[in-house]
Design a protein around this ligand. Structure first.
Ligand code: ATP
Length: 240
């Protein structure tokens, strides 16, 4: 056991038919850190995140969360234990307002309507959507949708947040504010595991990273060290 690890996978594998999308990956994420998953397209990053979150069934190995085995648990059971996830393609309820969408995340954790309203209002402000609180989700920009997704996930009061493609789909000017927001999430005490392609974001945000290729863990360590490894450089240049 790694006593300071909030999340561990031990030889975790996910097979689709005969193909190992995730191949015996072992990682240990420490409480309070931002841990990045990187690698070329098809490396298995999203599948690994989905297996951790209970959305995809692993075929071998183990997931441990807060010191307990959670391999067979469903996403809703993991959510109750403090794990939340945001998606590459955001999927809010389009015809609900920003606040109503965040209420969906907050509702199971709140004991009264007043408490829920107050928390939702605070979270919506916190992610920078206060001026949009009564707008329908379908009218939001990509960056605003990402913030909404984040607020919805944080409303479940997670201790661990899994984020897929933090900057994906964002225009360049929107990126720094999002980096700052993820840094604030961590500063608020939430451990973060994220998938990200943008090297600047990786090196600014992540304490440690794991580089995956064809389901296997190729390297692990501080972002700069991993990104300087010849095999990693080759794969990134090779994938464009
Ligand atoms: P990207 O950066 O493109 O999102 P990724 O690193 O997240 O890639 P995954 O999406 O996890 O990679 O895919 C890993 C491998 O598993 C790929 O070869 C992919 O084609 C395969 N795969 C993913 N989902 C399925 C599925 N539902 N059925 C069959 N194969 C799948």
């Amino acid at each position: 056991d790694r006593p300071d690890a909030i999340l561990e996978t031990r030889s975790l594998s996910v097979h689709y038919g005969g193909v190992a999308a995730v191949d015996a990956v072992s990682l240990a994420v420490r409480s309070g850190e931002i841990f990045g998953l990187l690698g070329p397209n098809g490396a298995g990053k999203t599948t690994l995140l989905a297996a951790i979150a209970g959305a995809v069934r692993s075929t071998a190995g183990e997931v441990r969360f807060r010191g307990e085995p959670v391999t067979a648990l469903r996403p809703d059971q993991l959510a109750r234990r403090g794990m939340a996830r945001t998606f590459q393609i955001t999927r809010p309820f389009e015809d609900l307002t920003v606040e109503e969408n965040v209420m969906v995340g907050a509702q199971p954790r709140c004991t009264s309507l007043g408490e829920m309203r107050a928390q939702v209002a605070e979270l919506v402000d916190w992610v920078g959507l206060g001026h949009k609180r009564h707008d329908l989700a379908k009218g939001l920009s990509t960056g605003q949708r990402k913030r909404l997704e984040l607020a919805r996930a944080l409303a479940t009061r997670p201790v661990l947040l899994l984020m897929d493609e933090v900057s994906g789909g964002l225009d360049q000017p929107s990126v720094p504010a999002l980096i700052e927001l993820v840094a604030r999430v961590r500063a608020s005490g939430v451990t973060v595991v994220l998938i990200e392609h943008n090297m600047r974001i990786i090196s600014e945000l992540c304490d440690r990273v794991m580089f995956l290729d064809r389901g296997r863990q190729l390297a692990e360590g501080a972002p700069r060290a991993v990104m300087a490894m010849p095999a990693v450089v080759d794969l990134y240049l090779g994938s464009g």
